[in-house]
Design a protein around this ligand. Sequence first.
Ligand SMILES: *Cc1c(COP(=O)(O)O)cnc(C)c1O
Length: 369
Amino acid sequence: MNVPIMNLPAQFQTIREDVMAAVTEVFETQYFVLGPRVKKLEEKMAELAGMPFGIGTSSGTDSLILALMAAGVTKDDEVITTPYSFFATVSAIVRVGAKPVFVDVDAETYNARVDLVESVATSRTRALLPVHLFGLVCEPEAWRKAAAKTGALLIEDACQAVGARRAGFTAGGIGDFSCFSFYPTKNLGGAGDGGMVLARDAQHAALVRMDRVHGGRDRYYHDRVGICARLDELQAAVLLVKLAHLAEWNERRRTWARLYDERLSRAPVTVPRVPDDADHTYHQYVIRAPRRDELRDFLRGRGIACDVYYPVPLHLQNCFGYLGYRRGQFPEAERLAEDSLALPMYAELTEPQVETVAAAIVEFYHGAS
Ligand SMILES: *Cc1c(COP(=O)(O)O)cnc(C)c1O
């Protein structure tokens, strides 16, 4: 039985009519960029997270850049973040001219350790940028306290966590800003690139809105040098259809995660730990596995897709060599790069597929039963 890493065609079949109707409507109006559907999506995303302002953007990466710009993060400022995330979390910091400062991650939740933030904060710390990695929200109150204590703004990278909850908060509703991606592989994915910034403060939101379209308050009059990072109506139309299914899809992912958890208790792997106060959305289901590379090849040989997120921790990326970080400085992130493995995880999985993946992993370690 083949198990792909995701199955968007199967998802599409379940929403085909609604998506095609929504897309057709956009073509009928020929109104393509920053129109009424984008506005509606902005309102819905803000409402979901309990934030007052939403600003649709062209991607998660641009959302991060826009939030950092609006937060006033600039040259020589420092932003504290995680060394274990998708590249864009840190490239956005560098794009605005600032310096990424890392804290190691927790071995069980894979999220940055908020208890280490104060030890690396300086007078130049301008923002904290935690990531809700794989769909598990970081400790909301602890990060808020750390931001207050260090005098930094709190920017959430919620690109992998739309709809995730923890301790009474929804991902994206904790910080001063939050950033989302609608890249097709995310839990809420469009038909191309897209993203969203949520902001708590009206002034901040106004800056993001300006910078999204070249930094002009009125067209052709520029107080700031913004970027071009607009969201289009086709994306918003598709995303509005999909948003209505998100809670149900996330619940399905949780069902598969519980089944993986149970079946994998027979293998010497570590399954993701979910704190009691968290609703994980399993953007990825990532295990820690001895002999990881051998297991990966074994599974692929069986037609079971799996992948490594991420093979190189960010402090060891060639392009960040100038920051002067060395191997050994963030040992947990480095270990994760060596032993983490993401298994197939999406709503459209079937029970036999999950059973097949789990049985193959048990067989890899214990032999065929
Ligand atoms: C996907 C992702 C991004 C970037 O989003 P794009 O829409 O691909 O630009 C940023 N951070 C994290 C954690 C992501 O997973």
